[in-house]
Design a binder for this molecule. Structure first.
Ligand SMILES: [Zn+2]
Ligand SMILES: [Zn+2]
Length: 996
């Protein structure tokens, strides 16, 4: 057996005979089974994650094809978005967005287009080798005009339903990519980092002016202490927030002892500080003097001195009069910080909400690219990005500088490094900024109730994701930010006039008619040039320059892959929703979610019925697979070593197909190859070897004709039917690992029990009818098994099927037998043949044998040495007693329900038993001699011997029968073809063999 070589041959057969194409076209007119492929990027070579997904996406369609459905499998390529743009930037040596503008969007996009499919050939090679059937020749690409036109149609549908709006709000942006990101993109990129946190001192203005009765510091200055983990936002501070019900206190510094002596020395004598009483712990565990306590409401409306004066002096700043005062806010708590929150409305969601509510001035001192504006003279032009030799773990330099500034101006209370989880750009790793900007949204909240309702129709594997990861994400859904300030993507089809008029185009034709221009492509550099006359004024409408979130492409894929509704409307309707999709667990909040949201809005149902979620393949040591560390084997090398079938069955039987992580183990593949594939291959070889010798021919549809069969035949047929039932049940429930795991025990039954117990029926059987039954049974089992395994191990199944079934049917000119196992129908269990009781009894018998043999091994008694009695505690089916006797090699079995142990073996060896044991040794020696001499299994021989006369006296007939000796002499045989001088239990024994 050379699996990799066999697989290569099968691949050629499939190509040559177009088996995949025929497996689809052959089901024309049958019920459709719809499968959506989540398109991969072709910007890198396929890794184990892709192989897992590919195997899942292959086994299910193959199965349903065999179940009689037509399953089209259109391949797709994801072409747009930041992954490609970042690769292009690197290749072009671009570090900033303005470099792209400088080189020209067209040139940049052309470059993206030329790079995006660079690894397609590599992908085709791997996908073919893994045995995945997909139509890669007619693949869809998200950058095709047809695809992008359908995306516009989806957008317009949402627009017409009033589900798209623009809003100015606090978003996460990547300052390097200079674009906003969606909730799920942000959720992807949380990492543990250290930031610099500072507690800054905000001086209350009304010093000693009528504040006495309220106890404000009389002599020195009074400072509010506010804590922040983003010191760079402090120049944008316009207010402080407290909670009205929280108890605050004033503390005096005379006895105040800071943990850090250096910090302590910097604190001026006579200063008074205000912070929440519950937060006094930040001062350390030394003594301090609490001057008085009061409610937060006492602080409301008080003014303080700005830390920086760059904006507070600008009288033209709207709402300036409301700035740099204390406000109450519900979100203020005393879980961390000081209970007093620094408010910068441009850099945080809560801040912005408070700013809107209280009409605070709006100060945005940072540009979208992360540089500080010129108004902040101390830091003008500085960059927020932590660039310390590319290490994002380092705290931002600008934060250190702000700290220094505060310190020099006696505005710093304390500072420390603060470890926390912070979102980073999922593509370029830059820490994100919370940044107030304008963005376009899909009104997910308006359809959330429907989305939750339709989500009930989705069946998940594993089931817990339905209510768990997916359900919770859906519960917490927010409006979807879909606009990106980037280049290589589907674009927003909104045209706007200065008068405020807006028009959304849902097709190429509409835009062509309105503009009078041809629109050959829908990418940014083309459509940005196209203007449309305004219908409300004399003005000109221009496109809103943003592009669309790439997930908008992915979520629109069911419609766009078919260029719906411009083409294929009927086909789309027949295939929506998808019966099945599969992807990794990370897609729960991405592709699965966006498919569902768009389908909810457009079609008022979910986009898919069944979804299998896979986990992550890790290196054997449980670490991430890393190209740099080379801690995992190259998949292509493993295909060459064990074959793709072994890899497929390994992955399919593992928890990775039920959203759990897998520590990849080559050893386990090699064990699987040995214990399952070789075992099956040996059973199959056994059959073909003897069937060829006997020129045995199968009968078509044999099982229907009742034959007189042995208990073992009935049992293996029963086990086979049970296997068929189990596989179907698991596959109908999309539980791939349950389905993949039932084969190994069956193959063990077949090889280590059925065939093992039946060998003699094939080669020493004078009863032709029984021999025929044995052949037919084993033949049916192997052919049925090849069909059952076809979706899982398509190569081995094909090899077995073609050799067993197809070759024969071609020889006898039977055209009804399909040319490939993948063109046959999947087996359906015949429940009438399942005998659960027999299965149980046989399992019990095998277990009894296992224990009996274990006792022998414990006592060091060879299996060939017959023993007298095996005593068991339970009843065993009468017909199976002889089998157990032979296997454990005992003369008798007795049932003794009183005994303590389940199985008791009498290990006393009588002289007669010893002689019989020696007879067995002699038989073994002669059988091996026959093999060494090169005799055929059916050759009859003459046997001569010297020594062990006593054994021959008692067991000569048995020996002759076993070794096919037609004559036995106690002397040398003339012209012997084989001679051996050996030793049986310490006595010399010679024998001579000759064919007769
Ligand atoms: Zn980025
Ligand atoms: Zn207008």
């Amino acid at each position: 057996m050379n699996a990799p070589k066999m697989e290569e041959v099968i691949l050629e057969v499939w190509d040559r005979e177009k088996i995949f194409e025929r497996s689809v076209s052959g089901r024309e007119g049958a019920k459709r089974y719809s499968f959506y492929d989540g398109p991969p990027f072709a910007t890198g070579t396929p890794h184990y994650g892709h192989i897992v997904a590919s195997v899942m996406k292959d086994v299910v369609p193959r199965y349903w094809t065999m179940r009689g459905f037509q399953v089209e499998r259109k391949w797709g390529w994801d072409c747009h978005g930041l992954p490609i743009e970042n690769i292009a930037e690197k290749a072009l040596g671009i570090t900033r967005k303005k470099d792209i503008e400088a080189m020209g969007v067209q040139k940049f996009n052309d470059f993206c287009r030329s790079t995006v499919l660079q690894y397609v050939d590599e992908w085709k090679k791997v996908i073919r080798r893994v045995g995945r059937w997909a139509d890669m020749e007619h693949s869809y690409k998200t950058m095709d005009r047809d695809f992008m036109e359908s995306v516009w149609w989806v957008f317009k549908e949402l627009w017409d339903k009033g589900l798209i709006y623009e809003s100015y709000r606090s978003m996460h942006i990547c300052p390097r990519c200079e674009t906003t990101l969606s909730q799920s993109e942000v959720a992807e990129g949380y990492k543990d980092i250290k930031d610099l946190s500072v507690v800054a001192k905000f001086e209350i203005k009304e010093q000693g002016t009528g504040n006495n009765e309220q106890g404000m510091g009389e002599e020195g200055k009074t400072y509010l202490l506010a804590w922040t983990t983003t010191p760079w936002t402090l120049p944008g501070n316009v207010a402080l927030a407290i909670h009205r019900d929280t108890v605050y206190c004033e503390i005096k510094n005379e006895k105040l002892k800071m943990k850090n002596e250096e910090e302590y020395s910097k604190i001026k004598q006579g200063e008074v500080y205000v912070l929440a009483k519950d937060r006094l712990e930040i001062l350390g565990d030394e003594t301090y003097e609490v001057v008085r306590e009061f409610k937060g409401s006492d602080l409301i409306g008080k003014s303080y001195k700005p830390l920086f004066d760059c904006y507070s002096k600008d009288e033209k700043l709207p709402n300036c009069e409301n700035g740099w005062k204390i406000y109450a806010a519900e979100f203020v708590n005393t879980e961390e910080g000081t209970g007093i929150v620094h408010i910068a409305p441009a850099f945080g969601e809560d801040d912005m909400e408070l700013g809107k509510k209280e009409n605070l001035p709006f100060v945005q001192h940072v540009n979208m690219d992360g540089t500080i504006k010129s108004e902040v003279t101390a830091f003008a032009g500085r960059d927020l990005s932590p660039k310390a030799k590319g290490k994002v773990e380092e705290v931002r330099e600008i934060d250190l500088d702000v700290k220094k500034y505060l310190d020099e101006h006696s505005l710093l209370f304390t500072s420390e490094k603060y470890p926390h989880s912070y979102p980073h750009c999922w593509r370029c790793d830059t820490p994100l900024l919370n940044y107030a900007t304008s963005s376009w949204f899909v009104k997910v909240l308006a359809i959330k109730e429907n989305a939750l309702e339709y989500a009930k129709d989705i069946e998940w594997v594993p089931t817990h994701i339905k209510e768990g990861r997916f359900g919770k994400w859906l519960e917490g859904a927010r409006d979807w930010s879909i606009s990106r300030q980037r280049y290589w993507a589907s674009v927003m089809p909104i045209w706007k006039c200065e008068c405020g008029e807006m028009r959304v185009f849902g097709s190429v034709r509409e835009l062509e008619e309105a503009s009078g221009k041809e629109v050959p492509d829908l990418h940014k550099h083309i459509v940005d040039e196209i203007t449309v006359p305004c219908e409300q004024c004399d003005g000109v409408m221009r496109r809103v320059p943003d592009v669309l979130d790439t997930w908008f492409d992915s979520g629109s894929m069911p419609y766009a892959e078919k260029h719906y509704p411009f083409e294929n409307a009927e086909k789309f309707d027949a295939g929506f929703p998808a019966e099945f999709i599969a992807e990794g667990i990370d897609q729960t909040r991405a592709w699965f979610y966006y498919l569902h949201i768009i389908a909810t809005a457009l079609k008022r149902k979910s986009a898919f019925h069944h979804v299998i979620v896979n986990g992550i393949v890790l290196a054997e040591d449980g670490k991430k697979m890393s190209k740099k560390l080379k801690n995992y084997p190259d998949p292509m090398l493993l295909f060459d070593k064990y074959g793709a079938d072994a890899m497929r069955l390994y992955l399919l039987g593992s928890p990775v197909v039920a959203a759990e992580n897998l520590n990849f183990s080559e050893k386990e593949i090699s064990e699987l190859e040995r214990n399952v594939f070789r075992m099956l291959w040996n059973s199959y070889s056994f059959f073909t070897l003897y069937a060829n010798v006997d020129k045995w021919e199968p009968k078509v549809k044999s099982r229907k004709s009742k034959v007189e069969s042995s208990i073992l035949d009935r049992w293996i047929v029963s086990e086979l039917q049970l296997l068929i039932k189990e596989v179907n049940k698991a596959m109908e429930a999309y539980e791939l690992n349950r389905a993949a795991r039932v084969f190994a025990p069956f193959i063990d039954h077949l090889s280590n029990w059925y065939i093992r117990r039946n060998r003699k029926r094939f080669w020493k059987n004078e009863n032709d009818s029984d021999k025929n039954v044995a052949y037919q049974t084993l033949y049916d089992v192997l052919v049925t098994l090849s069909k059952l395994m076809a979706p899982f191990t398509p190569f081995l199944a094909e090899e077995m099927y073609r050799n067993l079934s197809l070759r024969h049917s071609r020889e006898i000119g039977n055209p009804d037998v399909p040319e490939s196992v993948h063109l046959t129908d999947f087996p359906v269990a015949d429940e009438s043949l399942i005998d659960e009781e027999l299965n149980d009894e046989m399992r019990k018998a095998r277990e009894t044998v296992r224990k009996g043999l274990q006792r022998r091994a414990d006592d060091g008694i060879k299996v060939r040495q017959p023993l007298q009695v095996l005593s068991i505690k339970y009843d065993v089916l009468e017909d199976l007693l002889d089998i157990i006797k032979e296997e454990v090699n005992v003369k008798n079995i007795v049932v003794n329900k009183e005994q303590e142990s389940n199985v008791v073996l009498d290990t006393n060896i009588t002289p007669e038993l010893r002689l019989e044991g020696e007879a067995r040794e002699i038989i073994r020696a002669i059988q091996e001699g026959r093999k060494k001499a090169g005799f055929n299994v059916e050759d009859r021989i003459a046997l001569g011997y010297s020594g062990k006369e006593k054994v021959f006296e008692l067991f000569g007939d048995m020996i002759a029968h076993e070794v096919l000796a037609t004559e036995v002499v106690s002397s040398e045989v003339a012209e012997a073809e084989y001679t051996e001088a050996t030793n049986i239990e310490g006595e010399s024994f010679n024998f001579w063999l000759k064919r007769v």
